[in-house]
Design a protein around this ligand. Structure first.
Ligand code: SER
Length: 620
C-alpha cells in the first residue's frame, strides 16, 4: 500500500501544524448543541458557531480529523463507496487567511514530495461559475493558475457542484474542489471535470465561507471571510492507492480478515459493486456485501458507543441497535450464527484507540455493550426468522386456496416481528424485499404509535414539564432530582440524560441512560455531589430564555421538543460562583438548596435496556 490511512491522517495534521494551525480534538459524533440532527455529518458542523463569528478558544487557524456519520444512504452500504462512519480531515481559517493561502497550501500538501508528493498532472479542479447569489470565482481560478494548474484543467461549474452549505440556513459559500485522475493511465490532454467527470474523483473541498443563508433564503455577508476544507479520509486513501473502494485499503482489511477467520468465508478479490450490480444474485457479490456491511456497521458501533450512545429504541440509540442487528443478520447470511461481533470490534478498537482516545479508554465498555446487544438479539433472531418463514408459507397456502397473491406484509405482522423478536422495521423491509414483498410501513408506524401511547399512559405520573403536586416535600425532591442528574453527569459522564422521573412526597424515582450498574464508589460520589450542593445553600435562579439559546448555551434538558419557544431554566449557583445545576424545567423548585435536608440513594437498579433507575429520599 503506497499510502496508508494513518500516514495520510498524520501528514495532514502535521502539515497544518507547520502552517500555525491548532490541532483540535474531534468533537463527539453526537452534536452537542444541536438536537435537530442525530450526528455530525461534516467536519465543520461543530464549528458552525465560530464560522458565524464567535471566538474559538484555540485561535483562528484550526485543523483536525473529525468523526462523522451519514445514515441517509444506509441501504447502499456494501457498494464501493458508501460508508456510515467516516473521518473528515479538515482545516479552517476563522477570518484569518482566505482563498490565496488556502489554495496554495492545499496544492503544497498534495504535490510537495515532503507531503503527499502527488503528480500535479493527475490533478484537476473546479471553481464556482457564478449566479445571482455570488460572482464567478475568477479569483480562485487565478490562484490555481498561479500555482501551475493548466487552464484547461480548471472547470467552472454551477451551484449544484461548487456551492457548499451545511443546511438550508447558516454559513455557506462558493467552493473549489480538487479531483484526482482515476481513469486508465495518465489523464488525456484536455480532460477535466467539466467534460470527463467519470475519470476524476473528488478528494478535497475548499469552501470559502463568507456568507450566511437566512430563513427567508436571502444571503448576508458573515462577519469574516472563512475557509472550511474537508477531505474524506476513506475516499482519499482508496483513490491514492488506485483502488475503487475503502474496503480494499488498510482501513477495512483487518476487519475483513477477522470475518474470514470467524466464518471461514473468503473475501472475494477484485470485486466491484455499484448501482448496476448491487442487487445481483451473484454469490460473490452477496458475500462481499455481507462482509462489508458487517465491517462497516461494527466499526460505526464502536465509535458510537465510545461517544456515549447505547442501543435503544430512540434516535442515535436506535440507529446503533439497527446497525448492530443488521450486522448480526449479515453474519447469519454468511452462515455464522454464534456471537462474534466483539472479536471484529476489537480489531476496530485497536485501529482507533490511539487516534480517538475515548475508544481506548472505553474499550471494555464498548465490547460489553456490543456483546449484550448481540446476545439479546441472537436469542430472538432465529425464532423471528422462523416466524417470517411461517408468514411466507401462510401467504403461499392462501394463494393455493384463493388464487390471490399476497404481496404485502401488514402492519400487525411487521409490528409483531418488531415487538416480539426485535426486528427493526428496516430489517423486515429488507427481508420482505428479498422475497419480492413489500411492507405496509404506514400501518407499522400506526401500530407503533398506538403501542407507545399505551405504554406512556401506563407509566404513572410522567413529567409533563411541571409537577402535578407542588407540596413542599415534592418540590424539594424535584429540586434534588436536578442535583442528582447533575451529579450523575459529573460522575458518569455527559452521555447521561433524564429518561423518566416520578416523584411522590416520600421519594424520588429517576431514570437515566447508562449501560452499567453503578459501583458503590459511583453512588457515593453522586450522593456527595448532591449533599455538597445542598450544603452550599445556593439560591434558586429562574430565567426565561429563548429555547434555542438555552440549548446552545448548554442547559441540560430532555424532551426539548415538548417545550414552547420560550422556556424556563432553573439554576442554582452558590456564593463561590459554582453552578450546581442548570436545567430546562417547568418548576416549581425550592427557593434555596439548604432547605433540602440530606440526600440518600436507596436503590439503584436496571429499568430497561440501557436505562438505570435510582430511588432516593431526602432526610431531615
Ligand atoms: N464542509 C465541506 C464539506 O463537507 C468542507 O469541509 O465538504
Amino acid at each position: 500500500m503506497k499510502h496508508t490511512s494513518s500516514d495520510i491522517r498524520k501528514k495532514f495534521l502535521e502539515f497544518w501544524e507547520t502552517k500555525q494551525h491548532s490541532i483540535i480534538p474531534s468533537s463527539s459524533l453526537v452534536p452537542e448543541n444541536d438536537p435537530s440532527v442525530l450526528f455530525n455529518t461534516a467536519g465543520m458542523q461543530p464549528l458552525v458557531p465560530y464560522l458565524l463569528g464567535e471566538t474559538h478558544p484555540s485561535g483562528t487557524r484550526l485543523s483536525n480529523a473529525q468523526k462523522c456519520i451519514r445514515t441517509t444512504d444506509l441501504d447502499e452500504v456494501g457498494d464501493d463507496t458508501h460508508l456510515t462512519f467516516f473521518e473528515m480531515l479538515g482545516n479552517w481559517s476563522l477570518g484569518d487567511y482566505f482563498k490565496e493561502e488556502s489554495i496554495k497550501w492545499s496544492w503544497e500538501f498534495l504535490t510537495d514530495p515532503k507531503w503527499l508528493g502527488l503528480d500535479p498532472n493527475m490533478i484537476a479542479v473546479t471553481v464556482f461559475e457564478g449566479d445571482e447569489s455570488a460572482p464567478r470565482d475568477e479569483q480562485a481560478a487565478a490562484i490555481w493558475k498561479l500555482v501551475g494548474m493548466p487552464e484547461d484543467r480548471i472547470s467552472y461549474l454551477g451551484a449544484d457542484d461548487n456551492w457548499w452549505a451545511a443546511g438550508d440556513t447558516g454559513p455557506c459559500g462558493p467552493d473549489t474542489e480538487i479531483f484526482y485522475w482515476v481513469g486508465q493511465g495518465k489523464p488525456i490532454p484536455g480532460s477535466n471535470v467539466g467534460n470527463d467527470e467519470h475519470n476524476w474523483m473528488e478528494i478535497w473541498n475548499n469552501v470559502f465561507m463568507e456568507y450566511k443563508r437566512n430563513k427567508d433564503g436571502s444571503l448576508e455577508a458573515l462577519p469574516a471571510q472563512n475557509v472550511d476544507t474537508g477531505m474524506g479520509l476513506e475516499r482519499i486513501t482508496a483513490t491514492l492507492n488506485g483502488v475503487k473502494s475503502a474496503y480494499d485499503t488498510d482501513i477495512f482489511q483487518g476487519m475483513l480478515s477477522k470475518i474470514t477467520d470467524i466464518t471461514g468465508v473468503k473475501y472475494p478479490e477484485n470485486i466491484f459493486i455499484n448501482e448496476l450490480n448491487f442487487h445481483s444474485e451473484d454469490e460473490l457479490i452477496q458475500r462481499a456485501k455481507s462482509m462489508r456491511i458487517v465491517a462497516d456497521h461494527v466499526r460505526t458501533s464502536v465509535l458510537l458507543i465510545s461517544d456515549g450512545v447505547l442501543p435503544s429504541n430512540m434516535d442515535q440509540g436506535y440507529i446503533l441497535r439497527r446497525i448492530l442487528r443488521r450486522a448480526i443478520r449479515e453474519m447469519h447470511k454468511l452462515g455464522f450464527t454464534d456471537t462474534c461481533l466483539t472479536d471484529i470490534a476489537q480489531v476496530s478498537i485497536t485501529h482507533f484507540e490511539n487516534i480517538y482516545p475515548l475508544v481506548g479508554e472505553k474499550s471494555q465498555h464498548i465490547l460489553e455493550e456490543i456483546f449484550k446487544e448481540e446476545e439479546k438479539f441472537q436469542k430472538t433472531i432465529t425464532s423471528g426468522l422462523r416466524e417470517f418463514d411461517k408468514l411466507l408459507s401462510g401467504f403461499e397456502k392462501a394463494f393455493e386456496h384463493t388464487g390471490r397473491k399476497t404481496t404485502e406484509i401488514s402492519g400487525k405482522q411487521s409490528f409483531k416481528l418488531y415487538d416480539t423478536y426485535g426486528f427493526p422495521i428496516e430489517m423486515t423491509v429488507e427481508l420482505a424485499a428479498e422475497h419480492g414483498l413489500s411492507v405496509d410501513t404506514d400501518a407499522f408506524e400506526k401500530a407503533f404509535a398506538e403501542h407507545q401511547e399505551k405504554s406512556r399512559s401506563a407509566s404513572e405520573g410522567k413529567f409533563k414539564g411541571g409537577l402535578a403536586d407542588d407540596g413542599e416535600e415534592t418540590t424539594n425532591l424535584h429540586t434534588a432530582t436536578h442535583l442528582l442528574l447533575a451529579g450523575l453527569r459529573e460522575v458518569l459522564g455527559d452521555h447521561v440524560h433524564q429518561a423518566g422521573s416520578n416523584i411522590t412526597p416520600e421519594r424520588l424515582r429517576f431514570d437515566f441512560n447508562h449501560g452499567d450498574k453503578l459501583t458503590d464508589e459511583q453512588k457515593q460520589a453522586v450522593e456527595a455531589y448532591v449533599n455538597e450542593a445542598i450544603q452550599s445553600g445556593a439560591p434558586q435562579l429562574l430565567e426565561e430564555m429563548d429555547k434555542n439559546e438555552a440549548k446552545e448555551s448548554g442547559v441540560e434538558g430532555s424532551f426539548w421538543e415538548k417545550y414552547p419557544d420560550t422556556v424556563k431554566v432553573y439554576s442554582f449557583t452558590d456564593s463561590t460562583g459554582k453552578c450546581w445545576t442548570k436545567e430546562l424545567c417547568g418548576g416549581p423548585h425550592a427557593e434555596k438548596l439548604s432547605d433540602l435536608g440530606i440526600f440518600k440513594i436507596k436503590k439503584e437498579q436496571s429499568s430497561s435496556s440501557g436505562i438505570r433507575r435510582i430511588k432516593a429520599v431526602l432526610e431531615k
